[in-house]
Design a protein around this ligand. Structure first.
Ligand SMILES: C[S@@+](CC[C@H](N)C(=O)[O-])C[C@H]1O[C@@H](n2cnc3c(N)ncnc32)[C@H](O)[C@@H]1O
Length: 504
């Protein structure tokens, strides 16, 4: 398959392996609202944070939305095109790989981008997600006015690339019919069936029973226009006319058309690929929304997205209760909208504005602020979020487990590394779980109740008796093993030594 190459790609492709596993550490003083919430606002570099999320959230995220830096030349004083371009591509590659791991089988990822990198991003995403998993590209009208000072063209749109984890499983909801779409239905003849919309009863396709003439209420005769055919037979036409399904115009003198009643049309519409500002918001609206919410907001958020854009995306890509992830959170738009729409969310932002702006904005959301989409979704407030930062890596530079690492963090990592599945609940015994018939056990940190440093971490014959039984292969992780190879083989048991450097 053709693929994209750039300086530094080889390192970018293996970058995930070298990212340390750093568990999340909650900061209660910056968290807000209901303490039992699953919503996470994480401050830190998203490469580390996404890797830290894997052991808990792999395969559980229904929708990823990201609005990464666009790599616009204006961001650099002396722009070295090739260098900045390669750095940007190397930045994106491992993050996209991690995001893919986090997506659920029926999930989708949506990425906003402009012409600086959009077409390179498409090729890169083909490689990471698979060309067959491309869903579509949207054109979002981010600015509706023309800038006459533009040298050649006044840029008005962003691209939004959508990929699925698995094309045949992705769920894409239709949009509810808008008031504007419904307003096209009228009722000029006071039909008791309610408002209707008329359309032609003739078409270009040949229809053997479609060449006849009909007589209107005023006695005027009508045949299909030159080269066209009625789409129904004469008998059906006459029946429709008796049923008041044919519209001859207000004075009964027009070419007949057929009625379709609003009450009978589907109440949802398939989403299109051109998203106008009227339905999806635009840049200026987004800036006003955030300015009204956060005091002293600066130009750092010139790329803030409108709440209506995120609402439309989440209506299509998620259902209430689903998990939404944005790893370039900016001012917190995705989290704010997901929260108001009853979705669970994880937001990652490395800047100090994670605390000063995102947290401040989300506190207001929980308190019931009425900006953005609040009125449209009847937002009343409630819920909460946990603010987290990244903890120390579980393994040090030599691959040893750092002092102070708890059973839960190591258990999650060992389980994920072995099974590529998240650990739903951290157990209180060494048995982490059974995956594809194999049971995995972790002897660490006095899980068996012995708090001495090595207590219970060594696999011995007596310890074997207290492990939960399993009828099938077993893998035990521990500090050392006192059992002979032949005994292990007879027990269908493999021993894996800790510490080890995870190389997932
Ligand atoms: C274009 S803005 C996102 C704006 C956002 N959609 C909104 O509506 O406010 C990109 C954000 O990504 C953040 N960012 C860039 N690189 C990052 C990284 N490696 N880890 C976490 N955040 C990062 C930047 O600090 C910036 O706030």
């Amino acid at each position: 398959m053709p693929s994209l190459h750039w300086t530094g790609k080889d390192a970018a492709v293996v970058a995930i392996r070298d990212v340390p596993y750093r568990p999340l550490v909650a900061v209660p003083s910056l968290s807000y609202g209901e303490p039992e919430t699953e919503n996470l606002l994480i401050q830190g570099d998203n490469l580390d944070a996404l890797k830290g999320l894997l052991p808990v959230y792999a395969g559980r995220v229904k929708c990823v939305f990201i609005d990464p830096p666009y790599n616009t030349r204006s961001a650099f004083e002396h722009y070295d095109d090739n260098r900045e371009h390669s750095i940007w591509l190397s930045m994106m590659y491992p993050r996209l790989e991690l995001l893919r791991e986090l997506l659920s089988e029926d999930g989708s990822i949506w990425v906003t981008i402009d012409d600086n990198e959009g077409h390179y991003l498409k090729v890169m995403m083909d490689e990471v997600f698979g060309r067959g998993n491309f869903v579509t590209g949207l054109c979002w009208e981010k600015v509706y006015t023309l800038k006459n000072t533009a040298r050649l063209f006044s840029e008005q749109h962003d691209h939004i690339l959508i990929y699925s984890k698995q094309f045949d499983k992705v769920t894409i909801n239709h949009l509810p019919r808008s008031e504007k779409q419904n307003s096209a239905f009228k009722n000029p003849d006071n039909d008791h069936r309610g408002p209707w919309l008329d359309s032609a009863v003739h078409a270009r396709n040949f229809y053997s029973k479609g060449s006849y003439s009909v007589t209107g209420p005023t006695g005027k005769e009508f045949s299909p226009p030159q080269g066209r055919y009625w789409t129904v037979s004469k008998e059906n036409f006459e029946q429709m006319d008796r049923d008041r399904m044919i519209w001859w115009g207000r004075d009964g003198n027009n070419v007949p058309r057929k009625k379709a009643f609003l009450s009978e049309v589907k109440q949802s519409v398939v989403p299109g690929t051109i998203w106008g500002y009227q339905d999806s918001g635009e840049n200026a609206q987004a800036k006003n929304e955030i300015k009204a919410l956060v005091d002293g907001i600066s130009e750092v958020f010139i790329t803030v997205k409108p709440e209506r854009l995120l609402r439309r995306i989440l209506v299509i890509a998620t259902n209430p209760g689903d998990l939404v992830l944005d790893s370039f959170l900016g001012s917190g738009t995705t989290a704010a909208v997901a929260h108001k729409m009853g979705r669970r969310w994880i937001g990652i932002e490395m800047g100090d504005h994670a605390e000063t702006h995102c947290a401040a904005r989300l506190r207001k959301v929980i308190d019931g602020e009425q900006g953005g989409i609040s009125k449209e979704v009847n937002w009343q407030g409630g819920g909460g979020f946990r603010f987290c930062r990244l903890g120390e890596p579980v393994f040090d530079g030599r691959g040893s487990i750092r002092p102070g690492v708890g059973f839960a963090d190591l258990a999650r990592w060992v389980w994920y590394r072995e099974t590529r599945q998240p650990l739903a609940e951290v157990p209180t015994t060494p048995l982490l779980g059974v995956h594809q018939g194999t049971a995995y056990y972790l002897l660490y940190n006095g899980i068996l109740g012995d708090r001495r440093p090595a207590g219970g971490n060594v696999l011995t014959a007596p310890l074997l008796q207290v492990l939960a039984p399993h009828d099938g292969p077993r893998v035990v992780f521990g500090e050392a093993c006192r059992l002979h190879e032949s005994r292990l083989a007879a027990l269908n048991l493999r021993f894996r030594q800790l510490p080890y450097q995870a190389n997932a």
